[in-house]
Design a protein around this ligand. Structure first.
Ligand SMILES: Nc1ncnc2c1ncn2[C@@H]1O[C@H](COP(=O)(O)OP(=O)(O)OP(=O)(O)O)[C@@H](O)[C@H]1O
Ligand SMILES: [Mg+2]
Length: 717
């Protein structure tokens, strides 16, 4: 479909269920009264009732007997209601603008039918009378199914905003996550323009999570710049992208914070919470996705900024985008910006339809919203339970009535709008990435590199640790002699180099990855900003300088202090080996980070794996004494190859002083040491060891890539 056809959107009703409410109570005079009341909800005499206090009273006691209300016949008349407001799409302007052309995405009508979400949760406390073992079993393994969302249906047409509102725990975020394809529903279907939703939906939609993760070391402007470079078409000239960034900064009131670093809440001071939220929205607004999901976009913002943000979202919607958002108690001026309203309570629908019709809907349920009362507050109050037992009982009765009423009158009779005329049906072709692989690689490389370089705290900590450890080890083993006792010291210090390089590189890359990179990756992957391969390769390359610089510094300080093999070639090979070991350890860290389901899991497994590798590395257990059933660990351990290469480099061709006879001379030459350590196998060769280390690195990198690609799924907020 061409964008020109977007005005067909005006034929589509905004949100479903679409209906006109028409009350036909069994009692005719009542009907007239009701109609009068609808037209003029309050007359002069009633005005004192308009106070919020009065509204509160009304909530506390249902104003009509429930049975009577249930009997009133609220007739559902499916109809193409007037759009309010109509999408304002200036097709000519869009056509003439290259920007508009390149950022153009097809309008999408999102529909869901009988969507259900259930989770398995631990069963409550064990029943009495169980044995301790049964209690333990119950606690560990008993699960029960909890229904988070009961079957619900509805739709949102392009050009409209659907606000999902409800008390905390009602299931708003769960529904948003499912619609945005971040979480799989238990049952039911989601449709885009009438066709079952496919993977391509993620590249057409954007999701602003409640607690968005960003790279803490970049400034606001840089964050937007990289997002623009990655996610906007390469057809758009750079200058236009920069203008767009400035406009977006301006639109969201971020100009003053443009050059401040984003920061990490609680760790690195950066922009404020509200600015952070606006930046998260700005990133998604840049690309003007077909469908925009926002989880509480206004939380943490002051009233004026919240309104600004919502007005921007409104403008985006008017350009033919579909917006679905959750929101907590919006101000009335914000409420008027919504087209559709979905009220959720206890995982069920209390109301779904036009936002402007909600007031009259509840009036017909004899729960009228008083004038001068913010309707949004009123609706939330209607479906929220109080804290005190008595109040709770009244509230839950009222909520049940509202939910049952909607269920029987509308939910059970949901009819698909079936109006996809003019909407693009084949959405698969839009799933392409906006930027080329090479652009993605270079932008991600620069971004990762800058982020690593700016991480002053980590860089300083590593510098301090490297210099301190180097000096300490250098001083402990200062000027090792060449007598027999120092042979053992040389072996030990070489193992220490190996251990130090492995631990520091493995844990640093693991922690950095788990603390930020992985979450940023999952968010960006969720919106299909780039390919996993370009991300992973750029990250691996950007991390190389650290894996090269710190081992060199370490070796330069310690090697000569200790007096290891004096050959210059041996010194350079020693540095090279340390760098290779550092790179392998880095890959090991990322490997653990990609497979681990959580940071806690990774931090528990990492020391275990390093201990295993160390045990079978060759120092603690001579290769000839390793039990045959453990020998595979020895062959898998990168410690073993690193250790062997370092030992060969140090001892091959070396000579040692022998004590005066009759004392025995065990190690007259370095080759005797090598022989004792069992490193005389046909493949005991420095360069074969380097080859195997590089091979292990490649395998770890490949497995990490596979894990990122197929195991780590993007999550919602
Ligand atoms: N994967 C899950 N496992 C267990 N419980 C879950 C899961 N996902 C959601 N829930 C529960 O479902 C309920 C609804 O959660 P949801 O996050 O959708 O609420 P919400 O309406 O967004 O609330 P809030 O306004 O506080 O953000 C909550 O009680 C939550 O604890
Ligand atoms: Mg939520």
């Amino acid at each position: 479909m061409d964008f020109d056809d977007i005005n067909i959107l005006q034929q589509h009703p905004p949100v479903g269920l679409t209906f006109c409410l028409d009350v036909e109570t069994k009692d005719a005079p009542n009907d007239v009264d009701e109609q009068d009341r609808l037209e003029s909800p309050r007359d002069e005499e009633e005005s004192p009732d308009d106070s919020p206090e009065e509204a509160q009273d009304m909530l506390e006691t249902p104003s009509i007997p429930i049975q009577q209300a249930m009997e009133s016949d609220v007739k559902l008349i499916p109809t193409h209601v007037e759009l309010s407001p109509e999408p304002q799409i200036n097709v000519e302007e869009e056509k003439s603008s290259k920007k508009g052309k390149s950022r153009r995405r097809p309008p999408i009508m999102v529909e869901w039918r009988d969507l259900t979400f259930k989770v398995k949760v631990p069963a409550g406390p064990p029943p009495p009378g169980l044995s301790p073992y049964q209690k333990f079993k119950h606690k560990m393994f008993s699960k029960t199914t909890r229904t988070i969302l009961n079957p619900m249906s509805g739709y949102v047409a392009p050009g409209h905003i659907l606000a999902i509102m409800g008390p905390s725990g009602a299931g708003k975020t769960s529904l948003l996550n499912i619609l945005a394809q971040r979480v799989k529903q238990t049952a039911g279907e989601i449709y885009c323009n009438g066709a079952a939703i496919t993977k391509s939906f993620r590249s057409l939609s954007a999701f602003v999570q409640q607690d968005d993760v960003m790279m803490g070391n970049l400034t606001v402007r840089e964050t937007l710049r990289y997002a623009a470079l990655l996610r906007l078409s390469s057809e758009i000239p750079i200058r236009e992208k920069l203008t767009l960034i400035d406009d977006t900064l301006d639109e969201l009131g971020l100009t003053n914070a443009a050059d401040t670093i984003v920061g990490v809440p609680g760790i690195i001071k950066g922009i404020s919470g509200g600015e952070r939220k606006r930046l998260a929205i700005a990133i998604e607004l840049l690309t003007e996705p077909s469908v925009l999901f926002l989880d509480e976009p206004t939380s943490g913002l002051d009233a004026k900024t919240a309104l600004n943000v919502m007005e921007t979202i409104r403008r985006i919607a008017q350009g033919g985008r579909t917006v679905i958002l959750t929101i907590h108690q919006p101000r009335s001026d914000i409420f008027t910006l919504f087209d559709g309203l979905l009220l959720l309570a206890k995982g069920r629908v209390a109301y779904m339809g036009n936002a402007k019709d909600a007031k009259s809907y509840f009036e017909q349920l004899k729960l009228p919203c008083p004038d001068l009362y913010n309707p949004a507050d009123y609706f939330i109050d209607l479906i929220t339970e109080g804290n005190q037992a008595e109040q709770r009982k009244v509230d839950s009765e009222r909520i049940k009535y509202i939910l049952d009423h909607y269920q029987t009158k509308y939910e059970d009779h949901y009819q698909s709008p079936q109006i996809y005329e003019g909407l693009e049906l084949k959405l698969g072709k839009f799933s392409r990435y906006k930027s080329s692989w090479t652009t993605q690689f270079s932008v991600l490389f620069v971004r990762s590199f800058i982020s690593i370089m700016r991480d002053k705290m980590l860089t300083f900590a590593r510098l301090f640790q490297t210099i301190l450890m180097s000096l300490l080890v250098g001083l402990i083993y200062l000027r090792l002699g060449r007598d027999q006792t120092n042979v053992q010291n040389r072996i030990a210090v070489i193992f220490f180099f190996l251990l130090n390089q492995s631990m520091s590189n493995m844990f640093t890359s693991l922690i950095v990855f788990l603390n930020g990179d992985k979450r940023v990756f999952l968010r960006e992957r969720g919106s299909k900003s780039y390919r996993v391969s370009s991300y992973y390769l750029s990250k691996s390359v950007a991390e190389l300088p650290n894996a090269i610089f710190f081992p060199i510094l370490n070796c330069c300080i310690t090697y000569w202090m200790i007096g290891l093999n004096p050959g210059v070639d041996r010194f350079f090979i020693f540095i090279f080996l340390n760098v290779v070991i550092a790179i392998t350890a880095q890959s090991m860290g990322i490997f653990l980070g990609t497979f681990a389901p959580s940071a806690e899991f990774a931090m528990a497994v990492a020391p275990l794996s390093i201990t295993m590798l160390m045990l079978f590395g060759g120092l603690y257990l001579n290769v000839n004494s390793i039990p045959p059933w453990f020998i595979w660990i020895y062959f898998l351990s990168f410690f073993h190859y690193g250790y062997e290469a370092l030992i060969l480099n140090e001892f091959q061709g070396a000579t040692f002083e022998c004590p005066a006879p009759p004392q025995p001379c065990y190690y007259a030459t370095g080759d005797a040491v090598i022989q004792t350590l069992g490193m005389t196998k046909p493949y005991s060769n420095i360069w074969i060891d380097v080859g195997i280390l590089l091979f292990i690195t490649l395998v770890l990198k490949f497995l990490s890539y596979v894990a990122l690609r197929f195991i780590q799924k993007p999550k919602g907020g």
